[in-house]
Design a binder for this molecule. Structure first.
Ligand code: ZN
Length: 236
């Protein structure tokens, strides 16, 4: 029958088969197989590069922010306390009125335990700080960064806020303003008790720019004091 004829009788040209077995086509096949992975890899690489760029710009911004805390040679700026907030607690020692009671109470409590604290320096005006910084810098032939390790530039001292106090041991006055103060009973007592009276050591051994000052304590027992030292505490 006409309909049952073998289809080949019409001599339809069969599609020419090409076997993909030469070296070029093998590579092409492999590429086809691996293309999804290559695509994934490319996307991941792009993301990595982008994140890295974002990361470095974030770091740059962070660095800029860090540099915008207005430090000079490691010291933060502090404004001078208004004179109406200053009180004299003994000859030559003036402090912020907020910290007077706590400071006197701390000395009294220490005395009860046989520890004799002596106040060496409280409020210092920016003018006085100017003399301390530049006159001594000149006398000692020091460069600014060298001087700043042991003394704040004017306008950058915690002492101008009235919230800082330098303390010595009344029984070992030779250790006044010396690192050796840390070996006195007064220092040991302060280390164990000062926080009860809201005092804190300002310059510990970890400070990169400023030398360790075991005698220098600051008051953080009022909102005003906390505001004054907010930047310093935030950067710890
Ligand atoms: Zn001091």
């Amino acid at each position: 029958m006409e309909q049952n004829k073998d289809i080949n009788q019409f001599e339809i040209p069969l599609a020419k088969r090409t076997y993909l077995n030469n070296p070029n086509t093998i590579i092409f096949k492999k590429l086809l197989i691996f293309s999804p992975f290559l695509l994934l890899f490319s996307v991941a690489s792009l993301r990595f590069i982008r994140n890295n760029e974002l990361g470095s710009s974030f770091n740059q911004n962070f660095q800029a922010e860090r540099n915008q805390d207005y430090r000079i040679l490691g010291h933060l700026p502090y404004s001078e306390i208004p004179s109406e907030k200053l009180v004299l607690i003994e000859p030559n020692i003036e402090v912020h009125i907020d910290m007077r009671d706590s400071l006197l109470k701390m000395r009294k409590e220490a005395k009860k335990e046989g520890i004799y604290l002596v106040f060496l320096s409280g409020y210092r005006s920016i003018n006085l700080q100017n003399d301390i910084f530049y006159s001594l810098k000149s006398i000692r032939n020091q460069e600014a960064a060298e001087r700043a390790r042991v003394s704040a530039p004017p306008g950058y001292s915690e002492h101008s806020t009235g919230f800082a106090i330098d303390i010595g041991d009344a029984t070992q006055r030779e250790t006044d303003f010396e690192i050796e103060f840390e070996n006195t009973d007064a220092f040991r007592w302060l280390r164990n008790n000062a926080a009860k009276f809201h005092f804190k050591l300002s310059f510990n051994k970890n400070n990169k720019y400023i030398d360790y000052e075991p005698w220098h304590w600051r008051y953080e027992g009022s909102i005003e004091a906390l505001k004054v030292f907010e930047t310093s505490n935030r950067k710890l």
